[in-house]
Design a protein around this ligand. Structure first.
Ligand SMILES: [Mg+2]
Length: 235
């Protein structure tokens, strides 16, 4: 029996527009009214995010002074997960197809995400994804909760999921960041990193996932192959 854990933002949701909208707002809020700044185009902004360029540096590249860049980074942290901006998220174009393919492959699909419960529910409802993830396979952060470190939180959520869900013989993890890879590793799970999220190939290679592919759909294709070749070798 196969189980697939998938992260939400990156493999399923494209959050680039939300992050870009927040960037524009914070840039405007951090600068002096008459100050000339260089607002990055979305493509360039997202390239920097995927290369894991720190927020303050993105502020500086956009023309903010040191103090402003610090305030910019702070504002950004306060706003990027706020409810006002969640509406900018869109499903990755092939994600629904991929989720249907997973359902054909196994009944054991669960989502493991750093989203808060309300932010996950909002997206599942808004984009018609709820039937893929019933309540009992939603592993996310509670609405009121002080988050520590992404790697620690994600590792805990996977541990909780593995303790609560019915046992299976094989479990895969799919995600788009170092936290997904590290959390999977700490439970000895094979992990596939996707490029549809917030890290580029260079960054992901550093963390050494089992595979790096473009999308969730490509990840499912790999798992299907691995599972069937495993079955062959046992026969
Ligand atoms: Mg993610």
């Amino acid at each position: 029996m196969l189980r697939i854990f998938t992260d939400f933002d990156g493999p399923i949701m494209d959050v680039s527009e939300r992050y870009y909208q927040v960037y524009q707002y914070c840039l405007e809020a951090a600068k002096e009214p008459d100050q000339t700044i260089t607002q990055l185009a979305k493509g360039e902004f997202w390239r920097l995010k995927r290369a894991q360029v720190p927020e303050r540096q993105i502020g500086a590249i956009s023309g903010l002074h040191d103090d402003q860049a610090r305030r910019f980074a702070l504002l950004r942290r306060e706003n990027v997960h706020s409810h006002d901006y969640l509406k900018y998220d869109q499903p990755v174009p092939s994600a629904v197809d991929a989720l249907e393919q997973i359902q054909a492959l196994t009944p054991h699909l669960a989502v493991v995400t750093m989203r808060r419960q309300h932010a996950l529910s909002f997206a599942l409802g808004q984009h018609g994804l709820r039937h893929f993830f019933p309540q009992d396979v939603q592993y996310c952060l509670p609405d009121v909760y002080v988050k520590t470190h992404d790697v620690i939180e994600k590792t805990r959520l996977i541990e909780k999921a593995m303790g609560e869900l019915p046992p299976v013989t094989e479990t895969w993890m799919i995600g788009d960041t170092e936290a997904d890879i590290a959390a999977a590793r700490s439970h000895d799970l094979p992990v596939i990193a996707v490029l549809s999220g917030i890290r580029d190939r260079d960054r992901l290679s550093t963390y050494d996932p089992d595979f790096i592919v473009d999308t969730l759909k490509d990840a499912v294709a790999i798992i299907a192959t691995q599972v069937s070749s495993g079955a062959d070798s046992q026969a």
